[in-house]
Design a protein around this ligand. Structure first.
Ligand code: GLC
Length: 744
């Protein structure tokens, strides 16, 4: 029974729920904290408030959303974006910026994939960590979201993500774990959905066991907006701050539970303590002033670094400045710069691709424009638009088609049902490419789109994902070679949707999503079944070429140091993103063919070479061992690959690593094989096994593989002779376990 007065108790409880849509109560003597979206720009709302990006917000720099920034493969660049966002957040009085989103892009149809970095937890968490460090360096908190397993928009408030523990730990939690441990976000935002049957907002296993005990998180846990379904249960589970405000109703329920003794006061004390720590952190550092003009230039730089060159047949690109160029497609004048929903930013300005191309051309007259297709949807004028575009393309030296998905085709709140480009756009490409072999396609999209036909028809393809307000300037810089593209895909482009590992288990049914592909998500799944893809994870070309030396491996205290020399063997400066993957062909556990473990991007002048290196930690090589509920490093021969993409291995090396981690103890349910494998129990059991009575193998007589059948017997059901050997079995197991218990 709490000792404080009712009023004082209510006041303390009130701290753990919002005071309004975006503000907390005053905490620890500080002014109320303001929380605001979002991951690629500040959405500080002026008047009315909503968490869907409907009401207007103040103009702020719109950087590339995560699907764009993720293609830069540069955590340092992400940090620079974070610094700029932190400055603008502080400028608008925002205490906690609600990002980054680190959910895995599990299925290409995911409605919020534009807000997430990757299909891989190492790649995504490294970028997110840079972003968090940047924002928090400005004294503004971040909110790592959406914890956890929010990989579909369909039925997101109720849906239960049903995931086996290896996939949960090694993939879906791993992208959070590495950020929590590496960059220490000041808050984590719980997701709307359930995880294995329990809502994330009231899931003590997630919020206490995993987040705090396993990972050492000392920040505050905030709910997604409206994700608290039972405030008492969520407070008990470790959810510190309910947003938006749950009002008096929420406070009274908690007070009643405390007074009735059904909720321990320690839950309240813990939440208030975490919120006081957050308030202190936010107010302990003043940010640098925000320079919106400089941030726009940064937005342009980041956008250019996020463009992926997917194809460049006969070096169609870069364009000559005196080339006659037919620019085609409505996105060239009305660029798609970001996704829809709570992350939506009102940009301070938007670079228009057509204008930027004309600015870079030797003369604006050299650049024609045709709409090609109407963004408003199919209409009678479609055929005319195609005809006009085709004529313009035929009259030019190069046609640049701006294709992609419009805002209405993908957003927070719903998933896509297909991943094809609109048929009208494909028809336009077919018509233009017929008359113009030098056809360049520039793509704008959040989630992945099928590109098999685009790949056959276009001479060159640039993938911009979503590039923010500086994207128009960036695409012109890349087209004319002022910037040599260095982006790499952060999601596989499948040949067809049905090839996706999650296909058949997305978006789920009856408010349940089965993660049937387990750990084989994204490239891990395509590689497992050796499925051909249009473009693999990590893929991207350059206007120059790079040569890889021999991969060197060295075991160090914390892991394996990888090193390799990279040389620029082309005629222009460029940036290579060297990817390091691990593999273990003889693994005793299910394992992907290759798993990304580290990556390094390096800028090289023509003929320049550099040796780059990284340390892959043993922690990142471990798998989750179900038997011991712990991380285990499998011992034996490992392979490491230096690669230009998940399917372009340039150099391979092997190294033997010692096993580490708990060893499962033997029990009477252990099989004969498991006991025989143990160096102590094995010989003891052999002595107890009956000796063949003759030189005729009993198995041959019985015509069966006796050893295989007996070997899989639990030792408890082994009947060797008339005697009962239970005592001997128990003692040999005890002898084995005393040695096993020593292995850590
Ligand atoms: C939204 C989103 C979350 C956002 C929050 C506040 O529903 O799920 O990402 O930060 O609510 O707008």
């Amino acid at each position: 029974m709490p000792q404080t007065s009712d009023h004082a108790l209510s006041a303390r409880v009130a701290l753990t729920t919002g005071a309004s849509f975006w503000h907390t109560q005053p905490i620890a003597g500080f002014a109320p904290l303001m929380l605001a979206d979002g991951p690629h720009g500040i959405r500080a709302q002026i008047a009315s408030s909503d968490h869907l990006g409907i009401a207007p917000s103040q103009p702020a720099t719109c950087f590339p959303p995560a699907s764009g920034l993720g293609q830069s493969w540069d955590p340092e660049l992400a940090k620079r974006v974070g610094i700029a966002l932190g400055q603008e957040a502080a400028f608008f009085g925002v205490s906690v910026l609600l990002g980054p989103g680190v959910n895995i892009r599990r299925d290409p149809r995911g409605g919020r994939n534009f807000e997430y970095f990757s299909e891989d937890p190492i790649h995504g968490s490294d970028l997110a960590s840079g972003w968090v460090r940047g924002v928090q360096s400005q004294g503004v908190g971040t909110s790592l979201k959406h914890f956890a397993a929010n990989n579909a928009e369909t039925d997101r408030m109720r849906s239960d993500s049903v995931i086996d523990e290896r996939a949960l730990r090694e993939i879906y939690l791993k992208s959070f774990e590495r950020v929590v441990k590496g960059a220490k976000p000041w808050t984590v935002m719980c997701s709307y959905n359930k995880v294995n049957g329990t809502s994330a907002s009231q899931n003590p296993w997630l919020l206490q066991e995993i987040l705090r005990k396993d990972w050492g998180f000392d920040g505050a846990v905030v709910s997604d907006w409206g994700a608290v379904y039972n405030r008492v249960e969520s407070l008990r589970a470790g959810l510190d701050l309910e947003m938006p405000s749950g009002g008096d109703r929420s406070v009274q329920k908690v007070v009643a539970a405390l007074e009735a003794g059904s909720l321990d006061i320690s839950s309240l004390d813990q939440a208030v303590s975490n919120l006081e720590r957050l308030a202190t952190r936010v107010n302990s550092k003043s940010a640098e002033p925000a320079d919106f003009e400089a941030n726009h230039l940064l937005a342009r730089e980041v956008a250019a670094r996020s463009i992926v060159l997917l194809k460049n047949q006969n070096n169609v690109l870069p364009l000559r400045q005196d080339a006659r160029v037919a620019v085609i497609g409505a996105f060239a004048t009305a660029p798609r710069i970001q996704g829809g929903g709570s992350s939506h930013v009102v940009p301070t300005r938007v670079d228009i691709p057509l204008d930027e191309i004309r600015n870079r051309s030797a003369s604006g007259d050299l650049v024609s424009y045709s709409e090609g297709f109407s963004l408003a949807g199919a209409s009678d004028s479609d055929a005319l638009l195609v005809e006009q575009a085709t004529k313009a393309a035929a009259a030019a030296e190069v046609a640049v088609l701006f294709l992609g998905l419009s805002a209405s085709e993908e957003s927070e709140g719903f998933d896509r049902t297909s991943i094809t480009l609109p048929e009208r756009q494909i028809a336009l490409l077919r018509a233009v490419s017929l008359v113009q072999p030098n056809t360049v396609v520039f793509l704008s999209h959040g989630g992945t789109v099928l590109l098999a036909e685009v790949e056959t028809l276009a001479g060159a393809i640039l993938d911009g994902a979503l590039l923010g307000q500086g994207g128009g300037h960036a695409v012109a810089a890349v087209l004319f070679g002022a910037v040599n593209p260095s982006g790499r895909l952060s999601e596989t482009v499948p040949a067809k949707l049905e090839d996706a590992p999650s296909y058949g288990n997305f978006p789920g049914e009856f408010s349940q999503v089965l993660y049937g592909e387990s750990i084989f998500v994204g490239y891990r799944g395509y590689d497992l079944k050796d499925i051909a893809v249009t473009f693999p994870f990590g893929f991207g070309l350059s206007y120059t070429q790079f040569q890889y030396g021999e991969l060197g491996l060295q075991k160090v205290d914390s892991g394996v140091r990888v090193s390799i020399e990279i040389r620029n063997v082309g005629d222009r400066a460029g940036r290579e993103v060297v990817q390091f993957y691990s593999g273990k062909p003889d693994s005793k556990v299910r394992r992907a063919v290759r798993e990304l473990k580290s990556f390094v991007s390096v800028q090289l002048e023509p003929a320049e070479s550099k040796t780059i290196e990284a340390v892959i930690s043993f922690e990142d090589l471990k798998h989750w061992d179900i038997l011991t509920s712990s991380w285990v490093l499998e011992g034996g021969d490992w392979e490491f690959y230096a690669a230009a993409s998940s399917r372009d291995v340039r150099s391979t090396a092997q190294i033997n690593l010692p096993r580490s981690g708990l060893v499962p103890l033997l029990t009477m349910s252990s099989t004969v094989f498991e006991v025989l494998e143990d160096p102590i129990a094995g010989p003891l059991l052999m002595n107890l096994l009956p000796k063949p009575s003759s030189d005729v193998d009993a198995g041959e007589v019985l015509g069966i593989d006796l050893a295989a059948i007996m070997g899989s017997f639990p030792i408890s059901s082994m009947v060797l002779t008339q005697q009962d050997h239970t005592k001997e079995f128990e003692s040999l197991i005890k002898a084995a376990n005393s040695a096993r218990a020593e292995i850590r």
